[in-house]
Design a protein. Structure first.
Length: 493
């Protein structure tokens, strides 16, 4: 096997009833991984206020933890997918889950903000490595006609985690006013270790020995350039000015390193082993869809800022906060089901409908937040009033999210050849996750700045963050409409 040859790994699961059952058990383990990633993000958002008060986590520390988790996840998606392709997928799957669990346990034991942040960054990076293995296993174990059902189950796992994560996180944090947040990481670690054990027992071992020089095909130079460049750009956005002149140097360094990354990847295309295929951005449907994915990533910052607002600003418990977020999950699940069915028929039009629905939902939230029960409200009345005031807006915004994400992925990939599908999917997921990280940094910075400027006016601060999210969604909508109305005759929807 030469360094340029693709590594073929035949599906080792038999076609008999026992083999079919084992494939679906592997698919079930993959749902656990999806649940782990989504639920951990939701639980972390709920736990931030308690972590801040008990561990002394500052504003920049919060951004490092929440946005840094998303950034580490994003940066490891493409390298993780490549590693699974060229090495033993079961080994990558199990080892990255074990690392995720160990990092979560380390976070649960953290005694300082730096200890906690570093643990969370490793946790997010490990999850970024394991996530591409899910899709790789589906490609390996199911033929083209069979993949619809396991892919559909991923959406179910995502919706369940989106609904259960905030409630579970709120319940765990409520257990102890000092250490409840540590239980969030203990539960996350337990799920990771369970998935690792099941993966080791159920995922078929590869019978194809890896290439002696397999590491060359992971494009290590490209990985280093990409990670260093993105981190150099990201640090000045979250770190306080205490770093002094260093912050002013990092951004230009990041730009130079990323320019080097682009140059290197163009050379790698000629050699046949690029980390990412940047020429995909010249495909109209893919380029526009990727921009929409990045912009809509800002929507996910809503969970973080709302958890802060409802607990620190309005004074409600973590459990109440988690329960109020459940309508978002219900709306997202409903939107995903409808969007998945209409994606191929309606194309970018259903994406535009989804973005518009999200805007209407966010506008409803901005009206409903005027009537939220405050610190002095009876506890028994808090949850009904919150659901009445925000429920409709959350259902609509969540439905818009479901109508946007899945159809946008389908339309974005519609003109990409099958030989470049893996690279295209990895780039798209990375862009969306980078959008989540950048959006979280932007809205949290605006939140804290508005609080400082207004003397602690939480309503003004929360509305400012909502306006930033609305602006990003609105630009994404304009791009979708431009694609619809300027599309050439016969082009993909």
């Amino acid at each position: 096997m030469t360094a340029r040859e693709p590594r073929s790994e035949p599906a080792p699961v038999g076609a008999g009833s026992r083999g079919r059952a084992r494939r679906w058990l592997v698919a079930a383990v993959c749902q656990v991984v999806v649940f782990l990633g989504t639920a951990t993000t939701a639980m972390l958002a709920i736990a931030v206020p308690q972590i801040t008060s008990t561990l002394g986590l500052g504003e920049d520390g919060q951004q490092w933890m929440v946005a840094g988790y998303a950034l580490a996840y994003a940066l490891m998606l493409v390298p993780g997918g490549r590693l699974g392709d060229v090495w033993r997928r079961r080994v990558v799957f199990v080892s990255s889950l074990v690392l995720n669990g160990l990092a979560a346990m380390s976070a649960a034991l953290a005694q300082t903000p730096v200890w906690l942040v570093l643990s969370v960054l490793v946790q997010g990076g490990a999850l970024g490595v394991v996530s591409p293995q899910v899709l790789g296993l589906f490609q390996q174990l199911f033929n083209k006609e069979e993949r619809g059902r396991p892919y559909g189950l991923l959406g179910v796992a995502f919706a369940v985690a989106l609904g259960a994560g905030p409630v579970l996180g709120g319940a765990l944090v409520d257990v102890s006013p000092e250490n409840g947040w540590r239980l969030v990481f203990v539960v996350s670690a337990s799920i990771a270790f369970l998935a690792a054990a099941l993966g080791f027992l159920l995922i078929p071992a590869s019978t194809t020995p890896p290439d002696r020089f397999w590491w060359r095909r992971t494009d290590p130079v490209g990985i280093v350039l990409f990670v260093v460049g993105m981190v150099a750009l990201w640090i000045p956005m979250v770190q306080e000015a205490a770093w002094g002149p260093v912050l002013g140097v990092l951004a230009p360094v990041g730009v130079v390193v990323l320019a080097g990354f682009v140059f290197w990847e163009r050379r790698q295309v000629k050699r046949g082993s690029p980390l990412v295929d940047l020429s995909l951005l010249r495909v109209r449907s893919y380029g526009l869809g990727a921009v929409i994915a990045v912009l809509f990533g800002a929507y996910d910052a809503l969970y973080y800022v709302f958890a802060l607002y409802l607990q620190d600003g309005v004074g409600h418990s973590p459990l109440t906060t988690g329960l109020v977020m459940v309508p978002i999950a219900g709306g997202t699940a409903a939107g995903a089901v409808v969007g998945g069915r209409l994606a191929w028929r309606a194309g970018r039009r259903i994406v535009a409908v989804g973005l518009l629905t999200s805007l209407v939902g966010l506008a409803a939230v901005m009206v409903g937040d005027l009537f939220l029960p405050t610190f002095g409200s009876p506890h028994s009345a808090a949850l009904p009033l919150l659901l009445a005031g925000l429920g409709a807006g959350f259902v609509l915004s969540g439905m818009g999210s479901g109508l946007t994400n899945i159809p946008n992925q389908a339309v974005t990939m519609s003109q990409v050849s099958s030989t470049r599908a893996g690279s295209a999917a990895g780039m798209l997921q990375t862009g969306h996750r980078l959008g989540i990280s950048a959006g979280t940094v932007g809205v949290s910075t605006a939140l804290f700045a508005t609080l400082d400027r207004t003397g602690g006016n939480w309503l003004a601060a929360f509305r400012t963050t909502l306006l930033i999210i609305v602006a990003c969604v609105l630009v994404a909508l304009l791009i979708a409409l431009m694609d619809i109305f300027t599309r050439k005759e016969g082009a993909a929807r």
